[in-house]
Design a protein around this ligand. Structure first.
Ligand SMILES: [Ca+2]
Ligand SMILES: [Ca+2]
Ligand SMILES: [Ca+2]
Length: 362
């Protein structure tokens, strides 16, 4: 073999090795349409993924972004910041599925420049292990901007989000769901040691600079189920309507819960187990039956400006604080402070028809 030939082989090897190293670090996501479903699959690296809907020709674009502290993600091994490499898909008629895999992944639906996002079918997301962030729908704009940029998300069937192990954050705004909405903040099975402190938020308001507050609600035609798992979890919902009921479940770790301007058809039910000092705030909730059990620990529960046909509150062990203000119960209910008794503070404006109070003090 000539010296030149040998040198040329060596330099080729070097180039290949360098490319492999780079793709491993950057993370690659595959995207393809299979049976009418847009399937997006991440790897074990930190993946940044933005999915956009192009209304003019009913197509979907998947773009790689740079996750916090990571490097730019490629889509189908292509650098999508190069216009010629744009990954655009048609024939998406039966939904969108995302499996982000391990790593600290960042998933966004709706580019900053577009105004609508449509999914015909289910939107199913599984973020897997790692501290992940997911944003569905958009309102607001860059800091100091004058005009709200909004992206209304419209899902014809169910929205299912599994955030997996780790401390994850999910934001949903400006969204309508035609079926049920199911959110698992931790793995649905297996030991709670993989559970993390998760945040599920519905940040549905925006005030443009020099303008007035605007509302971008979330409406679910079916039932909403949120399972927060163990860890110190936060649930903060503003302007959330769920027409066929709502179930909130939380295991060990303190829960910080806020539900403001909520409408729930049928029953709102919260089952909280564990935590030493849960903080539960409900304001302006309109539902048929409000059913809450807060488990052990010294819990703070405040219910204000709300209307229920029936209201059941059980606070279990621990000397809990229950505050009720300007709230109307039209049929019946029960407030049970359990064996340590709960302090019940009644503010002005309550009409608690048929509500029996046991093991409470004022
Ligand atoms: Ca990943
Ligand atoms: Ca996760
Ligand atoms: Ca959790």
């Amino acid at each position: 073999m000539s010296k030149e030939r040998s040198r040329s082989i060596q330099s080729k090897r070097l180039v290949v090795e360098r490319l492999e190293d780079r793709s491993l670090m950057a993370g690659n996501v595959t995207a393809a349409v299979s049976g009418g479903v847009l399937v997006i699959t991440g790897d074990t690296a930190d993946n940044g993924i933005t999915v956009d809907y192009i209304a003019s020709n009913n197509t979907y674009q998947v773009t790689g972004t740079t996750p916090t502290g990571g490097t730019a993600t490629t889509i189908n091994s292509l650098d999508t910041s190069v216009p010629a490499n744009a990954q655009i898909f048609s024939g998406v008629t039966k939904g969108v599925t995302v499996n982000a895999g391990a790593g600290n992944d960042n998933l966004v639906f709706g580019a900053a420049t577009s105004t609508t996002f449509k999914v015909v079918g289910n939107l199913e997301i599984d973020m897997g292990l790692g501290n992940d962030t997911v944003a569905i729908g958009r309102n607001g704009n860059a800091a100091g901007g004058a005009t709200p940029v909004e992206n209304e998300m419209n899902i014809s069937k169910a929205l299912v989000v599994k955030l997996g192990g780790g401390g994850d954050t999910l934001d949903i705004t400006n969204t309508t769901v035609g079926g049920n909405m199911v959110i698992h903040a931790d793995p649905a099975s297996g030991p709670t040691t993989t559970h993390g402190a998760d945040t599920v938020r519905f940040p549905t308001t925006f005030t443009p600079t020099g303008g007035t507050l605007q509302t971008f609600p979330v409406t679910v035609a079916g039932k909403t189920t949120v399972i927060l798992g163990a860890g110190a979890d936060t649930f903060n919902a503003l302007n959330l309507t769920s027409r066929k009921g709502m179930l909130i479940q939380d295991q060990a770790g303190n829960l910080n819960f806020d539900l403001v301007n909520g409408t729930v058809g049928g029953e709102f039910k919260m089952v909280k187990n564990g935590g030493t000092a849960n903080d539960i705030d409900i304001r302006n909730l309109n539902t048929g039956t409000m059913r809450m059990s807060t488990g052990n620990g010294v819990d703070t529960i405040a219910i204000r400006d709300s209307i229920f046909a029936r209201m059941y509150i059980e606070t279990a062990a621990g000397r809990d604080q229950i505050t009720i203000g300007n709230t109307r119960v039209t049929k019946l209910g029960l407030i049970d402070g359990a064996r340590d008794k709960a302090r019940l503070t009644q503010e002005a404006g309550n009409v608690l028809r048929g509500v029996v109070k046991v093991r409470t003090f004022t």
